[in-house]
Design a protein around this ligand. Structure first.
Ligand code: ZN
Length: 491
């Protein structure tokens, strides 16, 4: 914590020194997925962005309480106050209980995040587990006069709120912009103004997920869950709230208004938003045929993919752009990232076994490299610049390896720490072919199988020998017969 971290705050539109409310302890909330379908590319960027922040804060010595929610109720289609609940719709189409849908896709999301080496949050609360807390907030907002009841539903009164506070402060709009951006009421609506948003919705007879409340048997509005769960686990005001830029309006704007209306404070010191991902220059969307799930990326089973891309390739690629910049996916860009990652990981392996030369003079380049890496990391998590300095480290490692440069003990330790502490611990980049602790076991197993093949060959049992070769090939392990036996490589 003797190093200063600067973060860009969407609310103040400035980069400023990060100072947690409780020294040594950081409270961080990030909007998690609505679990009605497979995790896709759009989940990877916030997952990885806030994972790096979580890792960095811990690396700097903070204790972090990281809350990332699961939305399992209340998120209606088109993010509007009408339409079907996304999870209920999936349940209806697949003839499942809504909670079966939630369970299935929560597990798949976890699996995708684990493959991307995204650490699990400290708490992962679900909206449906916090109905009472949400009802309490609706009550407080009604008591404060910033909401009204209409036919069993409760709506946030945006115009009334805006008389005292600024609705639009986060996304940088005024009430007129907001008015223009909303469609007109259709006469069937219970709302007084199209800008108003639901805090509580009365359930129609066919709506399967509903709970009792003072106003009706119904369900909470989508924005309410994050106000409720962040306050419950992090307190009235906490340090960091993150999410994708697409959530800034209306989701986070409404959350901020709900917080202010119910507890008198906006509740968040630093709002952070990651930019979006495009594919070959286009927004990702089901109708455009470029909607790619993470599973399809990892296995290469989408028509626009030329090959499979490993989770680490995706992670490395995402970190090559600053989180506030847009990022475009293409086969060429991913293949370049794959190459770069390979070079980086080879150096991370080589740096462990470089020879020390006690006569080598201290290297100003190596010691300044470490400072430059920290400067970039602490400057609003500038990962592309961090990676460019790590590539400088790769070049130095390679010149020591080919003996054109000598390195002293202290400098070598500094170089090694760039790969272990920064690349691995903070950026979360690991060698997928060398799972922590598994590498040795995998080596042992492959050598054992190859011994069996050697015996089979000695017995002229070609069928077994070929079976082993082909099975290993399918697992991505190539073997090459040499005059002294056999060599193997993982592709
Ligand atoms: Zn949220």
């Amino acid at each position: 914590m003797d190093r200063n971290l600067y973060l860009y705050n969407t609310l103040t539109r400035t980069k400023s020194l990060f100072k947690p409310i409780h020294p040594g302890m950081v409270g961080m909330y990030v909007c998690g997925p609505t679990v009605y379908g497979d995790a896709h590319l759009g989940h990877a960027r916030p997952g990885i962005t806030y994972d790096v922040l979580f890792r960095l804060l811990r690396h700097l010595g903070y204790k972090v309480r990281y809350v990332r929610n699961i939305t399992d109720v209340g998120h209606l289609e088109n993010d509007a106050d009408s339409g079907e609940d996304k999870i209920a719709k999936k349940a209806r189409l697949e003839e499942l209980e809504p909670m079966e849908v939630v369970q299935t896709y929560t597990l798949r999301y976890h699996d995708a995040m684990r493959q991307l080496n995204v650490l699990p949050p400290s708490i992962e609360p679900r909206a449906s587990g916090h109905i009472i807390e949400q009802i309490n907030i609706v009550r407080k907002i009604l008591d404060a006069g910033f909401a009204y009841e209409s036919n069993g539903s409760v709506y946030f009164d945006v115009a009334k709120y805006n008389e005292k506070h600024h609705y639009g402060i986060l996304s940088g709009r005024n009430l007129e912009d907001t008015k223009e951006g909303t469609r007109a009421l259709d006469g069937q609506d219970d709302k007084r103004s199209p800008m108003d948003f639901a805090l509580w919705k009365k359930a129609s007879p066919e709506h399967i997920m509903h709970w009792p409340s003072p106003w009706s048997e119904g369900f909470p509005g989508w924005h309410l869950e994050c106000s409720a769960m962040s306050e419950k686990y992090l307190g009235e005001t906490f340090d960091i709230h993150g999410g994708g830029m697409d959530l800034m309006f209306p989701h986070h704007e409404c959350e901020l208004a709900q917080n202010t209306a119910s507890r008198g404070v906006g509740g968040v010191n630093c709002w952070m938003h990651n930019n979006m991902i495009t594919i070959n220059g286009q927004k990702m969307g089901k109708s455009l045929g470029n909607f790619i799930t993470l599973e399809q990326l990892f296995t290469g089973t989408h028509p626009i993919l030329e090959q499979a891309y490993s989770p680490m390739t995706i992670r490395f690629f995402i970190l090559q752009a600053h989180y506030r910049s847009p990022l475009d996916f293409s086969n060429e860009a991913l293949q370049a990232a794959e190459k770069g990652l390979k070079r980086m990981l080879q150096a991370a392996k080589d740096v462990k076994n470089l020879p020390v030369d006690e006569s080598a003079a201290p290297s100003a380049e190596i010691s300044s490299l470490k400072e430059k890496v920290y400067d970039a990391l602490l400057d609003d998590i500038n990962t592309p610049v961090v990676l460019s300095y790590l590539f400088d480290a790769v070049r130095i490692v390679n010149s020591i390896k080919d003996k054109s440069v000598k390195v002293g003990r202290e400098d070598l330790a500094t170089l090694q720490s760039l790969f272990t502490e920064i690349l691995s611990d903070v950026l979360g980049i690991k060698d997928e072919n060398d799972g922590a602790g598994n590498g040795k076991m995998i080596d042992g197993l492959i050598n054992m199988v190859l011994d069996v093949r050697k015996n089979a060959k000695a017995n002229k049992d070609w069928a077994t020998s070929d079976l082993i070769r082909n099975s290993l090939k399918e697992l991505g392990i190539s073997i090459k017969d040499t005059k002294d036996g056999c060599e193997w490589t993982i592709d």
